[in-house]
Design a protein around this ligand. Structure first.
Ligand SMILES: NC(=O)c1ccc[n+]([C@@H]2O[C@H](COP(=O)([O-])OP(=O)(O)OC[C@H]3O[C@@H](n4cnc5c(N)ncnc54)[C@H](O)[C@@H]3O)[C@@H](O)[C@H]2O)c1
Ligand SMILES: *[C@@H]1O[C@H](CO)[C@@H](O)[C@H](O)[C@H]1NC(C)=O
Length: 308
């Protein structure tokens, strides 16, 4: 039996994104925004947390004004949030609960794919490494990598806040995380991104028992990699609709939600088993230009070493 999202309330980060075609095929970014739109279409109100609000997201908010013009209609609000700030995350939850009676669905969708300013191969700037593009701080006390903070720490903190809300109210809830094949493959080009997704997959699996014990569903949607990046040229792409459908299924299908990892690759969807999972379908994860990138990385490391 499927659950319904109608009349429910969702909090979703990363949905302020414009989304942009990657130039190689169908996949756009803007996954969270597309999911927010789907939830609203299904009658679920939405709170968007993001650094900024793009034109498309602003138009979506315009179509679902808050408070709604007629009772019972879904509405949407935006709360400017940097998810790496725990006070701002708390303020996001407070703003959501000031606007709506409760929260039923939480989607930590904000994510970073190894930007130069937080990439393992651009170590934090020091006297011996003055030209690094990194904005992570070498003298950080405590030390931080932004990619880990956005992709892993923030989703964990949001889950904690959501579970607190639901257990204190004796209420059911659902958390949909955004994973990646990076959650169980390995790649030297983007070790921080891969580590963040491995961590997230383990976190989601670990909360699997909450469904049957507490009625709190947790799941992760993941797809083959895609991003507007030259190393991904030639990949097969999913459409945003396929992605959004998988995230929606994760939210409403009763058989999911116990730490389910729902893998969606072009033409194939499966629940990834906990142990001895066969690799994704041959060809589903295919990054033809990665080889050259990989080779250059090791050439550079052999010839110049890594400045830290
Ligand atoms: N695009 C893909 O092909 C793909 C593949 C696998 C996984 N994913 C995952 O999907 C998720 C969304 O990615 P996307 O491709 O839609 O990206 P996107 O760039 O469209 O959206 C990411 C959003 O996160 C927001 N964000 C970044 N840092 C933030 C911060 N500190 N605080 C608040 N918001 C912040 C950005 O402003 C942006 O709106 C990520 O977790 C990503 O790893 C994407
Ligand atoms: C999750 O629940 C489904 C049925 O709803 C069950 O078949 C599956 O074994 C469960 N998975 C785990 C890891 O408990």
């Amino acid at each position: 039996m499927a659950l319904s999202v109608e009349g429910k309330h969702a909090l979703i980060t990363g949905a302020g994104s414009e989304g942009h075609a990657n130039g190689y095929g169908a996949v756009d970014t803007g996954i969270s925004l597309a999911f927010a739109q789907r939830l609203l279409q299904e009658g679920c109100s939405v709170v968007i947390g993001d650094l900024k609000l793009g034109a498309e997201a602003e138009a979506l908010l315009g179509s679902y004004p808050h408070p709604p013009p007629a009772a019972g209609r879904p509405s949407a609000i935006f709360h400017k949030t940097d998810v790496t700030s725990w006070p701002q995350l708390a303020s996001l939850f407070a703003a959501a609960l000031a606007a709506f009676p409760t929260l039923d669905i939480v989607v930590p969708g904000a994510g970073l794919y190894d930007p130069p300013w937080s990439s393992f191969w651009q170590p934090p700037r020091t006297a011996t490494n003055p030209d690094s593009a990194s904005r992570d701080k070498a003298d950080g006390e405590f030390g931080h990598y932004a990619v880990i903070d956005v992709n892993l720490v923030a989703p964990i903190r949001m889950s904690q806040l959501a579970i607190g809300h639901w257990t204190k109210r004796g209420q059911r809830g659902c958390i949909v995380h955004v994973g990646s094949v990076a959650g169980y493959l390995a790649e030297a080009a983007s070790p921080l991104y891969f580590a963040s997704k491995h961590g997230l997959h383990g976190f989601v699996r670990s909360l699997g028992d909450l469904r049957d014990e507490l009625g709190i569903r947790t799941g992760i949607w993941y797809q083959d990699p895609g991003r507007a990046d030259e190393i991904l040229q030639g990949c097969k792409w999913l459409t945003v609709d396929e992605i959004v459908q998988a995230m929606f299924d994760l939210t409403v299908k009763a058989e999911y939600g116990n730490g389910t990892i729902l893998e969606v690759t072009p033409g194939a969807t499966r629940v990834v088993p906990m142990f001895n999972a066969p690799p994704p379908k041959p060809g589903a994860v295919h990054m033809p230009a990665m080889g050259a990138f990989h080779e250059k990385l090791f050439d550079d490391l052999r010839s110049s070493g890594l400045d830290v």
